[in-house]
Structures are given as C-alpha cells and as structure tokens.
Design a protein around this ligand. Structure first.
Ligand SMILES: Cc1cc2nc3c(=O)[nH]c(=O)nc-3n(C[C@H](O)[C@H](O)[C@H](O)COP(=O)(O)OP(=O)(O)OC[C@H]3O[C@@H](n4cnc5c(N)ncnc54)[C@H](O)[C@@H]3O)c2cc1C
Length: 318
C-alpha cells in the first residue's frame, strides 16, 4: 500500500515541488544520491573504485519534453564521459531514453544519443539504457535493436523480472549477444503486464538469471535481495561459471555491507551512482522499495532541522 502511494507520488509535480523545496530534504537525499554536480558523481566513483567497486554513473532526469533540455542532459553525460576517461575510472554510464528525447521524436533521440555513443566508443566506455515504465519497454528495445543493427556494440539494456514478457525479451537479446542488466523492476505496473506478487517476481528473476548466466553476454545481476544473490552464486558454482563472466550491481547507498562482502568473496560488483538536481522521482522509487527508508529519511530530516536541534539531536550532538 505504502509502495503504491510512494510510486504515485513519484509522478506528482505538486509533491515534487513540496519535497524538493523542503528544507533539508536534499541533504537527506544524499544517502541515495551522490550530489547535484558532475564532480559529486566523479568523487563518489573514485571513492568506490578505491574500495574495489566498479561504477555506473547516472545523471538524474527523465520525461524531458523539450529539445533544448534533452540536448543539455546529453551534454552533461558527455562531460561525465570525459571525466571518466581523464581520471581513468572503472566506470561506465547509465542513461534514461526519456531524458534524451524519447518523448519528442525518434530522429531527435537517435541524434542526441548518437552523440553520447560516439564519445563513449572513442573512450571505450559502455553505455547502459535504463528501463522505465512498461509504456516504454517495446520502444526502448526497438531503439536498442536499431542501434545494434547500425553496428553499435558499446551498449546494453535492462530487463525487469516483474514483466510477463521478459523471458521472451531476454531470449531475443541473448540471440543478439547483447549485454543485459536484470532487475526486478521499480515502476507501478498493472497486473495485466506484471506479476503482482513478490514471490512470482522472485521466481521469474531466478529463471531469467539462469538463462543469462548460461547463455548471456556478461550479464549484470542487479539486486540487493540476498536470496537472489545466493541463487546466483549457487547456480554459477554448480555450472562452473567463473566470477569474471558476470557482475552484481547495486544502488549507491543501499546494502553497502553486502557490496563489500561480495568484493571480499571475489565477485565483481558495480554500484549505480546517481547525481544531479532531478533526484525527486529516483528518491521516491527508493523509498517505495523499502518502507523503512521513509523512517530513515524522516529521521535524517528531523535531525538536521531546527526542531531536531531543539530536541538536542541536531548537528552531531549525539
Ligand atoms: C544497479 C541497479 C540498476 C537498476 N536499474 C533499474 C532500471 O533500469 N529499471 C528499473 O525498473 N529498475 C531498476 N533498478 C531497481 C530495481 O528494479 C528494484 O526496484 C530495486 O533494485 C529493488 O529490488 P531488489 O532486487 O533489491 O529486491 P527487493 O525484493 O525489492 O529488496 C530485497 C531487499 O533489498 C534491500 N533493499 C532493496 N531496495 C532497497 C532500498 N531502496 N533501500 C534499502 N534497502 C533496499 C532490502 O533489504 C530488501 O528487503 C535497478 C536496481 C539496481 C540495483
């Protein structure tokens, strides 16, 4: 129930205005977002690399409906690519197609994303297309396939285990030899397209993980769910699949203990590092995933607020 409310609020412009203008909200968001500037993302990437974690940098933004803003977003990604190359970071980028012009027109999207892919290819950097709500699934896969047929190979896509269609999509991507990130799915979807029960999503996740591990091209197993991680480790061990053949992926600020533990156990782990001013919908999806995060945020806001200070809880007094 709380999940539905939070996902609904993630799309509300009134709630966005209220939250993003609330004092201290952006400080509290820092748990899940590296900061607002490119250099905040680069700093986080550097620190994570030092801990043996690879990174995917995400310049936050989605549902952009004018060309100027979509071009400006792509320009920021170009800067990120340059900074990754300059600092020789173990990092790639993730982009959302609705931030790059998917809702404007396909020719524009192709040109705007093409600029990113050219720059990334020149620096040998991989670009992942995040997957958004189910209204975009087919268009995103079609666009991906178009780029693939044009010879682009530094690209990968995301498949969400909660969608009924995902097994067929994965089989088609495996045929292409394309790289897939498997996640459970973060959007509010109707039962006509997605499994409503967590148990069924998890079962599908394991089924899809197995296909990707045996037939896929360097899949990314993106989850914080220890049961999914255990299933992946067990399956890889049973089939003799080396740890270099896949990677785990987790979100910035989520289960940092597990990230470290997997690295210690010899697994490859990549952390998805979001940065930018448009953190509101991303943050709401993270809150929806774990109701305890709402309490965490409320506590952080309270601690930093004048009320928190009055109560003797602010500014490091405890
Ligand atoms: C690298 C990466 C990229 C992603 N890209 C996409 C994408 O392109 N499209 C998309 O739809 N979704 C994406 N997601 C989000 C994903 O779909 C899930 O919504 C999210 O990962 C939560 O699912 P879970 O597998 O961790 O399992 P869940 O069953 O949701 O959670 C399992 C356990 O993990 C922990 N956990 C999960 N989420 C959180 C959180 N936010 N804060 C604290 N603890 C948490 C909790 O302990 C929870 O009990 C991505 C996730 C990752 C890790």
């Amino acid at each position: 129930m709380l999940r539905e409310i939070l996902l609904h609020l993630s799309q509300s412009s009134t709630a966005r205005t209220l939250v993003t203008h609330a004092p201290f909200a952006s400080t509290a968001a820092r748990r899940f977002v590296a900061g607002e500037r490119v250099e905040d993302g680069i700093r986080a990437a550097r620190e994570l690399n030092q801990q043996g974690l690879a990174v995917s940098l995400d310049y936050l933004g989605e549902s952009v409906r004018n060309r100027e803003a979509a071009r400006a977003a792509a320009d920021v990604v170009l800067r990120v690519l340059d900074r990754i190359a300059e600092e020789k970071l173990d990092a790639n980028v993730s982009i959302k197609l609705t931030q790059m012009g998917q809702d404007i027109d396909e020719a524009f999207l192709h040109e705007n994303v093409g600029r990113i892919l050219d720059r990334a290819a020149a620096a040998d950097i991989f670009v992942r297309f995040d997957m958004e709500g189910s209204a975009y699934t087919q268009r995103t896969l079609d666009f991906f396939r178009r780029l693939w047929s044009e010879g682009r190979r530094n690209i990968g896509v995301v498949i969400q285990a909660y969608l009924y269609r995902s097994e067929a999509d994965i089989r088609a991507l495996v045929e292409l030899h394309a790289r897939v990130r498997l996640c459970k799915g973060a959007y509010q979807e109707p039962p006509s397209v997605a499994f409503p029960e967590k148990r069924r999503v998890d079962e599908n996740y394991v089924r899809l993980m197995r296909i990707l591990l045996t037939e896929g091209n360097y899949p990314a197993i993106a989850t914080h769910d220890e049961a999914m991680i255990r299933a992946t480790r067990d399956f890889a061990a049973e089939k003799g699949i080396p740890t270099s053949a896949f990677e785990f992926q987790m979100l910035y600020g989520v289960r940092r203990d597990l990230q470290q533990q997997l690295v210690k156990n010899g697994y490859r782990v990549r952390v998805y590092v979001p940065f930018g001013e448009a953190w509101y919908p991303y943050l709401m999806r993270r809150l929806a995933e774990r109701p305890a995060n709402v309490l965490f945020m409320a506590n952080a806001v309270l601690r930093e607020s004048p009320l928190g200070a009055l109560l003797g809880r602010g500014n490091g007094r405890r």
